[in-house]
Design a protein around this ligand. Sequence first.
Ligand code: NAD
Length: 354
Amino acid sequence: MTLDFTYQASAARIVFGNGASGDVGKWVEALDCRRALVLSTPHQAGDAEALSKRLGPLSVGTFTEATMHTPVDVTERAVARAAELGADCVVSLGGGSTTGLGKAMAYRTDIQQIVIPTTYAGSEVTPILGQTENGVKTTVRSPKITPEVVIYDPQLTLGLPVGMSVTSGLNAIAHAAEGLYAPDRNPITTMMSIDGIRALKEALPALIDSPRDGAAREKALYGAWLCGTVLGQISMSLHHKICHTLGGSFDTPHAETHSIMLPHTIGFNASAVPELMTPISDIFGGATPGRALYDFAKSIGSPMALKDFGLSEADLDRAADIATRNPYSNPRPIDRTAIRALLQDAWSGTRPPY
Ligand code: NAD
């Protein structure tokens, strides 16, 4: 094997540990900030208020309107509130939606961000922002978007409902699985992909049995960090293209869509590059990567069929058109007929043939 690669480490400082979010004030000061605005969704507003209170004079208040798909009007209100309060940094407490709001604010104003993730989505370690305006979702990439500090505190994930833990964990696995065949992969991202997938494969079944199992929560969050880092550093392919198509054009829910598509897209591509996908077989066993991922997802109670999420069979034609238009680079050539068939299997929840 010849080695020929470039590697760009993430600029985010990672702080990992049980109770680590208790030190958030220290990290506000380390950024040379004194006036943090705490962000959350309405659902986590109570936690945001409590965090703001704990920060004492280092907090200027909260903005608790973060929502899915980062609508531009919400971002504009948050930017205005930050200016009104003289905030010099944000502390984003929550999942990808809250992180997205902080990133959208940083993209516009360069405000510094501390993120405290409470799901496994991985957005906190990427320079990518997806935002929506007038129903259209666009994606931008910029170094300004990458958060400065990420505090992973497994204790904050103890209450993540089991269903969300499963789909969010599979969402994370999808980043790393596509990382295994990314054209710009390198030995470090491959190492992170394998270790991240293995951690989640071990942690997710344990969480179902015992949602407040601290060791399993720790392992899952560690896996999520690795998988998210892979997403932030290299290119994604067919799987992410299809999920963006379904979420963007048909409004299917983010983590559930990733969970359902994972066995189909990874199985499809594995048949073209089996040597790159041996880690999937090593970790999950099974006859083929697609079937192994399908069996695993089913065993942990993942949703398995797109038809359960408001997508009609008639939508699949349009989804196949959009997903094969301007495709991302992919290890297996993409033709519309094959993608339409793959979508049919995902829609009905059929075990993939590969
Ligand atoms: P989310 O942030 O939308 O969270 C869903 C709901 O769960 C929210 O109400 C939230 O408050 C709640 N929640 C979060 N953590 C909780 C916890 N520990 N306990 C109880 N409730 C909790 O969901 P998500 O899957 O984390 O994020 C999805 C969004 O992130 C999508 O919009 C997606 O596009 C984006 N995303 C972006 C990137 C990127 O790199 N730009 C990467 C991954 C995801």
